[in-house]
Design a protein. Sequence first.
Length: 58
Amino acid sequence: MEIKPMTVKELAVYLGVHTDTIYKMARQNELPHFRVRGKILFTQVAVNAWIREQELTS
């Protein structure tokens, strides 16, 4: 299984929110992310796990 990182823009589309929201949530460590040379990236596996966690705590 190949893991392709998602960019901020791709994640914003995936979640249906504005890119500013993604940047803010990443800055506040509310979303699982990692950085490569300053670029913020996300894995779909980690984001989906985060979504499931949010559903359980809501």
